[in-house]
Ligand binder design. Structure first.
Ligand code: S3P
Length: 172
């Protein structure tokens, strides 16, 4: 890869449970880059966990925070950036990601995704009786947006996060 590409960010998109944060941290370590997690920054910036932001400001309030923090997070070059599963919903966010570097869509099998998210209480959109159905609905709406944003689609299959990070480090 050329030096210009290496100065940009590597931005991970994909659904909840696709491994964006986990893979992102491992990939950053492999590449000697700074890792930035947009969800964690939203929480630090707001001084509230994500479920409390949803409860007090609604999803719209969360999305406004997300767009602002995403733009701030993408500003420095040379990082690996993990985004939230809904960060691609805004066209402006997708454009900002593409302008900031290479965007990787981490795909995950629904059964594996559900297994990873079992027992999680930090994701308000999964606060429903039928999580499999909710995840399928979200994926149907968002799949085209992940693809639109992405330079590279990576099917994680049954690979462990470190194997995904190893493969991406070789590709990017
Ligand atoms: C969301 C995904 C979450 C977080 C918020 C909303 C979504 O991030 O941003 O709960 O809309 O899919 P992860 O994808 O890291 O779980």
């Amino acid at each position: 890869r050329n030096a210009a590409a290496n100065r940009g960010n590597i931005v991970l998109v994909g659904p909840m449970g696709s491994g964006k944060s986990h893979v992102g941290r491992l990939l950053a370590a492999r590449l000697g880059r700074v890792f930035a997690d947009v969800d964690a920054r939203i929480e630090a910036d707001a001084g509230m966990p994500i479920p409390v932001i949803f409860a007090t400001e609604g999803e719209a309030g969360f999305r406004a925070r997300e767009s602002r923090v995403l733009a701030e997070t993408l500003a420095p070059p040379g990082q690996v950036v993990a985004t939230g599963g809904g960060a691609v919903l805004e066209a402006g966010n997708r454009a900002a990601m593409r302008a900031a570097g290479r965007v990787v869509y981490l795909q995950v099998e629904p059964a594996e995704q559900l297994r990873r998210l079992a027992g999680d209480t930090g994701r308000p959109l999964l606060d429903v009786a039928d999580r499999a159905q909710r995840l399928a609905e979200l994926q149907a709406l968002r799949e085209p947006l992940y693809r639109e944003a992405a330079d590279l689609v990576f099917e994680t299959g049954t690979l462990a996060p470190d194997a995904v990070a190893e493969a991406l480090a070789a590709l990017l």
